[in-house]
Design a protein around this ligand. Sequence first.
Ligand code: C2E
Ligand code: CA
Ligand code: CA
Ligand code: CA
Length: 273
Amino acid sequence: AKEQGKNNYQFYSSSIAEKGARKMELEMALRKAISNNELELYYQPQINIITGGIYGAEALLRWKHPIYGYLSPDEFIPIAEESNLMLSIGEWVITQAFMQMKKWERNGKKDIKLAINISARQFQYIDFFSFLQKEVQRLQINTAKLELEITESIMQNIEKAKIELNNIKRLGFQISIDDFGKGYSSLSYLKSLPIDTIKIDKSFIDDISHPKHKGSLAKVIIDMGHNMNFVVIAEGVETKEQFDFLKNHACDIVQGYYYSKPLPPKELEKLYL
Ligand code: C2E
Ligand code: CA
Ligand code: CA
Ligand code: CA
C-alpha cells in the first residue's frame, strides 16, 4: 500500500492496528529526518492591519517524507512529543530560525519579527533555557525581534512557568500566547506572566461569519488584550469579511490564507522583504 501514495495508504491504514503501525513507521523515519535533511521551515507572513505592511512571520515546520511527501505537523509533532524526539526537533527549529533571521539581517532585508513555536513538552524540558541561551550567544542573535509562541497548557504549573518565562524575557525574547482562548479556563495567569502578544485562536475568527455569534468573542479578546497592553494577532484569517471585522475592531495584526499561506523562505523574501 505504501508505494501507492498518501491517499491509498490512508485508506489501508483505517484499522487501529494499521494506525499503530503507521505511527511506529513514522517515528522511525522521524528519527532520521534531521540528519537526512528532510525538515524545513516555512514562513507565514503576519500583516499590520493598519499599514498593510509586513510585521513579522511565523516559522512553521514541514517534513518532507521520502515516500509520503509533505506531512502536516499536526500528524508528526504529537508522535515526536510522545517519543521525546521533540527535544532534538525543537532545537533544530530554534537554530534554523535563528540562522534565517541572521541571514535576513545580513542581506539588509526588512526588519521583521520572527515567531517560533515552542511545544509545551519542549518548554518543560530541563535544558530548554540553557539551550536557548547557548544558541543566542553562539549565533549572536538580536533577540528583540524574536517571539516565542507558547500555549496555555504550560500554565498547569504556573509558578514554574513564571520563573522560566521571566528568564526567557531576560534574554530579550518576546512571549506570545498561541491558540489564545482555546485551552484554559482561568485568565488570571495573564496578569502574572510577562506576555507581549496573544494570538486569537482560529475558532474565534471562524465565528465572525457565524450568523448568531458574529465574532462576539473575538471582539472581547481584542478589547481585553488591549486593556492589558498586549499586541493582538488574529490567526487563520481567510476572508475579507473576517479581515474587515478585525480592522473595525482594531485588531493589530492578521495572519492567514487571506494574505498568504506559509511560504518557503525564498518566496517570503521575494514577496515581502
Ligand atoms: P499553529 O501554531 O496554531 O499554526 C497555525 C496553523 O494554521 C499552521 O498549520 C498554518 O499553516 C495554519 N494556517 C495559517 N493560516 C491559515 C488559514 O487561513 N486557514 C487555515 N485553515 N489554516 C491556516 P501547520 O503549519 O500545519 O501547523 C500546525 C500546528 O503544528 C501549528 O499550529 C503548531 O501547533 C504546530 N507546529 C508547526 N510548526 C511547529 C514547530 O516548529 N514547533 C512546534 N512545537 N510546533 C509546530
Ligand atoms: Ca503558532
Ligand atoms: Ca495557533
Ligand atoms: Ca494550533
